[in-house]
Design a protein around this ligand. Structure first.
Ligand SMILES: O=C(O)CCC(=O)C(=O)O
Ligand SMILES: [Mn+2]
Length: 216
């Protein structure tokens, strides 16, 4: 990988963000959320989905909420550079080494966004009962104003964002389709929560990859 892509994000690098003509701005109030609807060609997205389902070391994580242990309603797996540990609801995840497919997607993100992410949280939603509750990606190791690049594969699921303090600001909903890339940047994590709610619709499996930069 070229040296420049290995370096942490800088403001100079961020000026090259989002320069693709196929990128739509979804949100610019108190944050910056953009969508590349057809980021991966369908055939490549199909291959990646099959590969990720069979090769990633999916786990059923358990978290502690108000002193009680719960199985989270999805499977997940954490991959990244050595030392990029991640803490989520009191659980520490040590990274597994990059697989070929994850490394390839990371390289493509570097080409689109000019950012060399050093880790990825993979989520697998087995059906409509799997979900992720309202939260922000605001763990201290992500730093101030993190850029989160979220690649969706498989079934379409609705992603919603709501402002934390301004109740008059409407909730924003977007259907994340196979091969799409959603990017959250700027102060988004400070001001907004996001979720993927459960659905009673019959839906197939979905894999979501949220690429992150961990400051060690
Ligand atoms: O599945 C998604 O689209 C979102 C996942 C997410 O928010 C997360 O892993 O932090
Ligand atoms: Mn998140």
């Amino acid at each position: 990988m070229p040296k420049a892509l290995n370096a942490p994000m800088t403001s100079a690098r961020q000026t090259t963000l989002f320069d693709s003509p196929v990128c739509e701005t979804l949100l610019s109030l108190d944050g910056d959320v953009r969508l590349y609807r057809h980021w991966l060609p369908t055939a490549m997205a199909d291959t990646c989905l099959r590969d990720l389902i069979t090769t990633l070391e999916w786990q059923q994580s358990r978290i502690r909420i108000h002193g009680q242990e719960h199985a989270i309603p999805r499977l997940n797996a954490w991959y990244g550079d050595p030392g990029c540990a991640y803490r989520y609801s009191g659980v520490r995840f040590d990274p597994l080494p990059w697989t070929e497919t994850l490394a390839d997607i990371r390289q493509r993100l570097a080409a689109t966004l000019g950012i060399a992410f050093n880790s990825v949280l993979a989520n697998r939603y087995r059906d409509g009962r799997d979900s992720v509750a309202w939260h922000s990606d605001d763990e201290p190791e992500l730093g101030h104003k993190p850029v989160i690049a979220s690649v969706s594969l498989g079934a379409t699921r609705r992603f919603t964002l709501k402002h934390k303090s301004r109740k008059e600001v409407p909730t924003l909903a977007v259907d994340l389709t196979h091969g799409s890339l959603l990017v959250m940047a700027g102060p988004t994590q400070h001001h907004w929560l996001h979720q993927v709610a459960k659905t009673t619709r019959i839906v197939d499996e979905r894999v979501n990859l949220t690429f992150r930069y961990i400051f060690q």
